[in-house]
Design a protein around this ligand. Structure first.
Ligand SMILES: NCC(=O)N[C@@H](Cc1c[nH]cn1)C(=O)O
Ligand SMILES: [Zn+2]
Ligand SMILES: [Zn+2]
Length: 480
């Protein structure tokens, strides 16, 4: 059953109203990683809940309890469960998305206010934090629902929803909820497949379906010693300096070619053979795509296969920042008393945080011991998640392939994503069904970066894609 022409025309006719709704969502700075914005994450959840109910979805806000962030105890933002349709003759699809965003300040280098959706009429870009990750895709589902509700059309499948407000901060509390609701009689009982729209095309041209995600382990290494910050003229060359020790440690984690220096971590992953390299060779990609998305000529290599494998099938270690270090303007001559280095490792099968963390911790401790310092070291895991790989020959992917061909007139590339959505594996394992990643945005959207954008055409055609996928699912031979 192809998507009705009436649906496709409805999306075109209502495009400006959909963009206006996206602007409302972007205006709520729902930054999950910043305690001062916790009320905004809750507000964003309430906004989404109201909009879901307005298009006929029955919802429930679920309290996920409390957590501690930066030493402060906070209420976790409630998750939203939704359901619409209970027709036993139809497939039941679970949709996941998140309504929290990464931090953003104009001073980071944004050309516009990050929380005011700015429409660049010359390029068609909708610029604002969360436009692509993940408010645009979540609102894409609202757009699909609006058509069916307003035009009194039955959906081709039953839908279940799970939206959370902590994805950018480790999805705390969500695994327990998913495991509980996947049991018989739970909210997700009867789900036949899962669809997540929360990643990106590889480039700006070719739509993709994604069948893998890297896992993550995020670590914080703290070095402290002096009782307070010190004057470097008075104390320099007389005391062990925490920042010097931390930089020594951080510099031994990864080299400038991206090789992970922690013994056993890179070695855990087998090398790709020729047959596997051919899979990457077939993808529409060039080092120029990564350089234009990165905004500079900084690719590690011009070899497309090595670049793609670096992103999709090998682990990577990135240094993110140093808390407690002097970072202001001017030339403060301070010796910081306590500094914390933050870094993460993207993991691929067979790596998990449980396997990799002990290697990292024992390596850092042994390197720290070599420094012969009197300072003290502590290592914490801030959060993590396992990698995930799915069967891309499943009917769930086949439906998405047909939908992509119908909307974009081209076959999608099949990719593994370099990022992480930890709950994906939880869905796959708890429900024992296929999970599909069906991205809306392009590879140069700048998710997590400055000037994040979603192209107007990706929002509008992407909405058509999500709706068309539901019609193709209804049609396809599979369970039900
Ligand atoms: N769009 C998915 C995404 O951006 N996921 C994050 C998850 C995360 C983990 N810790 C902080 N964020 C990612 O960085 O891959
Ligand atoms: Zn996301
Ligand atoms: Zn993200």
């Amino acid at each position: 059953m192809p998507a009705p022409q009436e649906f496709l025309s409805f999306v075109d006719t209502n495009a400006n109203a959909f963009i206006k709704r996206l602007a409302e969502a972007v205006a709520i700075p729902s930054i999950s990683g910043d305690a001062t914005h916790r009320a905004d994450v809750v507000k964003m959840g309430e906004w989404l809940n109201t909009h879901l109910k307005a298009v006929g979805v029955s919802t429930q806000l679920v309290d996920l309890g409390k957590h501690t962030m930066d030493g402060e105890e906070l209420n976790l933002p409630p998750a939203i469960l939704g359901r619409i349709g209970d027709d036993k003759s139809k497939k039941t699809v679970l949709i996941y998305g998140h309504f929290d965003v990464q931090p953003a300040n104009k001073s980071d280098g944004w050309n516009t206010d990050p929380f005011t959706l700015t429409i660049d009429e010359s390029t068609g870009q909708l610029i604002g934090r969360g436009s692509s990750d993940d408010k645009g895709p979540v609102l894409g589902w609202l757009n699909v629902l609006q058509y069916h509700h307003q035009q009194r059309k039955a959906l081709p499948v039953n839908l279940r929803f799970c939206f959370e407000g902590m994805e950018e901060s480790g999805s705390e509390g969500l695994d327990d909820l998913v495991e509980r609701e996947s049991k018989p009689g739970g909210w997700f009982d009867g789900v036949d497949c899962v669809c997540i729209s929360d990643n990106y095309w590889l480039n700006t041209r070719t739509p993709v379906l994604t069948y893998g995600l890297r896992g993550l382990t995020y670590l914080k290494v703290t070095v402290h010693g002096p009782g307070r910050d010190l004057h470097s003229g008075v104390f320099g060359r007389t005391v062990y300096e925490p920042m010097t020790d931390l930089i020594a440690i951080m510099s031994k984690l990864v080299d400038s070619q991206g090789n992970i220096l922690i013994p056993g971590v890179d070695e855990m992953v087998c090398a790709a053979d020729e047959e596997e390299r051919e899979i990457y060779e077939s993808l529409d990609y060039s080092y120029k795509d990564i350089e234009s998305a990165a905004g500079g000529p900084v690719a590690l290599t011009t070899d497309k296969v090595d670049l793609l494998m670096g992103r999709m099938r090998y682990p990577s270690l990135s240094l993110h920042g140093i808390e407690g270090a002097f970072s202001g303007v001017g030339a403060k001559t301070v010796i910081p008393a306590k500094v914390s280095g933050k870094f993460s490792i993207r993991l691929v099968p067979p790596q998990t945080p449980e396997i990799v963390d002990p290697l990292v911790i024992s390596y850092i401790e042994s390197e720290f011991a070599k420094l012969n310092t009197k300072n003290t070291l502590t290592i914490e895991n801030l959060h993590g998640g396992k990698p995930w790989v799915a069967d891309h020959t499943h009917w769930n992917f086949e439906a998405a392939k047909r939908a992509t061909k119908a909307v974009y007139g081209q076959d999608p590339d099949l990719t593994r994503e370099g990022g992480s959505i930890p709950v994906t594996l939880t869905f796959a394992e708890s429900l024992k069904v296929n999970v599909l990643l069906l991205p809306m945005g392009r590879g140069d959207d700048g998710a997590h970066s400055t000037n994040e954008k979603l192209d107007r055409s990706n929002f509008i055609e992407g909405t058509k894609l999500l709706g068309t996928y539901l019609y193709e699912l209804a049609d396809i031979q599979g369970k039900k």
